[in-house]
Write a protein that binds this ligand. Structure first.
Ligand code: TRP
Length: 436
């Protein structure tokens, strides 16, 4: 059974906060338990350069996010865990995709468009202060996803457009160069909460309203005490609906605990007490992870080694062979494989030497095909039950899906595999010539 490949990336430009944990890390690790899924978890450090020009911060964030995944229980023996910049095939693929990506489509990417709109509002040049990294961000992200043929990409709503773009670039590439890429799907988990931050807006680094996931206990308590509430006094019934304290609690508590907390709100629990309850609940889940985190952060060399090892294995298993195929597909090829005539153009066989496919029926009632070049039989099929089956196989071979000799064809007597490949190339070249 082939597994569903699920890919999760986090940009390494900040300190992990409760919103990252609830929205991305916790659900992603729940999926790590499923036997039918192959997981890819990575640190998008090349993406960090788009937003963050502070080298120390990028390094620090990379360490913190790596330690967070590990502290939360990511099993690096069973899942792929790596740093984007350790896989040079990703930026290489980014260029291939750049050359099929529609510029008009990139113009419409939300983040870039928002930057342009702001410039217009400020009355400056459209592209003032915008670097090409922001513009190309979706192409790099498409490479992250397409290189491993991920089926599913769990993301927040703000990232859905990027997945659509990855599909678009993948499709264009497939159309031009053959079926190389699986088209990914965005997965938005409706059950995963969007956490409010200290001010009640969505918890986000850009609003500066986050609660760091592994803040020490005392700091966690202090931050929670600072969450914005209304001014109702103890004893007054409180609205659980719009309350950040309540929503945060809900993200960590069981159904029963949440129901009890809602009741306490209706009964007029004081904000101080509600926040204390929230603090204890979050700390109960986070404290053991915090302990793991602190001991991992004390051993950065071990984290470095884990990441490097993950990248080495992943390159070997997937990235390097995939890029070898893609290079071949786009024409970045070994020159010694070119069949050249004495002159400076690609050899064009005499008409009688142009290879052709012949389909026919034998006395056994079965349908066969062969590839003949001049007098020579280059390739001979087995018998197929229907002419359609034989025809479909010929069509596949014409499209480059030759397969191995001995499967459903054999090589002609005294013919080598290289000669068959050369014949097939000549066949394709002749067809192209006919069309031009
Ligand atoms: N752009 C994503 C974010 O900011 C991070 C990311 C980079 C990513 N490459 C990815 C997410 C590939 C999923 C798949 O959240």
């Amino acid at each position: 059974m082939s597994k569903t490949r699920v890919l999760t990336g986090i940009t390494t430009s900040g300190t992990p906060h409760l919103g990252n944990y609830v929205g991305a890390i916790r659900p992603a690790l729940a999926s790590a338990q499923r036997p039918d899924v192959e997981n890819f978890y990575f640190l998008a450090d090349l993406h960090a350069l788009v937003k963050c020009g502070d080298p120390a911060r990028v390094q620090r964030s990379t360490l913190e996010i790596a330690a967070t995944w590990l502290a939360c229980g990511l099993d690096v023996g069973k899942n792929w865990f790596y740093r984007q910049s350790d896989i040079p095939e990703i930026p290489e693929l980014t260029w291939f995709l750049t050359c099929v990506a529609g510029k008009g489509l990139l113009n419409r990417a939300h983040a870039y468009k928002a930057a342009v709109d702001k410039n217009r509002a400020d009355g400056v040049d459209d592209d003032a202060g915008i670097h090409a990294g922001l513009f190309m961000y979706p192409v790099l992200m498409a490479a992250d996803i397409l290189i491993f043929n991920a089926h599913k990409v769990p993301v927040g709503r703000d990232q859905v457009q990027h997945i659509e773009m990855a599909r678009d670039f993948g499709q264009r590439f497939n159309h031009l160069y053959g079926e190389h890429f699986t088209l990914p799907e965005a997965v938005i988990d409706e059950n995963v909460a969007t956490l409010p931050g200290l001010d009640g807006r969505k918890m986000s680094k850009s609003y500066d309203n986050t609660i760091p996931l592994f803040a020490p206990r005392a700091e966690l308590k202090k931050l929670i005490a600072g969450i914005l509430t209304d001014s109702r006094a103890p004893g007054e019934p409180k609205d659980s609906d719009g309350s950040a304290v309540f929503q945060l609690y809900q993200a960590f508590a069981s159904r029963e605990e949440t129901a009890a907390f809602a009741q306490a709100f209706a009964d007029g629990i004081g904000w101080g007490e509600a926040k204390q309850t929230l603090f204890e609940r979050i700390d109960a889940e986070v404290a053991p992870l915090r302990e793991n985190y602190n001991s991992l952060m004390a051993k950065p060399a071990e984290i470095e080694a884990i990441l490097r090892d993950g990248a080495v294995r992943l390159r070997q298993a997937h990235a390097t062979p995939t890029l070898a195929r893609l290079r071949e597909a786009v024409g970045l090829r070994d020159l010694s494989s070119v069949a050249v005539a004495a002159g400076d153009r690609i050899a064009k066989p005499a008409a009688s030497q142009v290879p052709t496919f012949k389909q026919y029926r034998e006395a056994d009632g079965k349908f066969y095909f062969k590839l003949v070049q001049g007098e020579r039989v280059m390739l001979q099929s087995i018998g197929f039950d229907s002419p359609r089956d034989a025809g479909a196989r010929v069509a596949a071979i014409k499209h480059g899906e030759v397969g191995d000799a001995g499967s459903d064809f054999r090589l002609g007597d005294g013919v080598t595999a290289d000669e068959v490949n050369a014949a097939l190339e000549a066949f394709v070249a002749a067809q192209l010539d006919d069309k031009s």
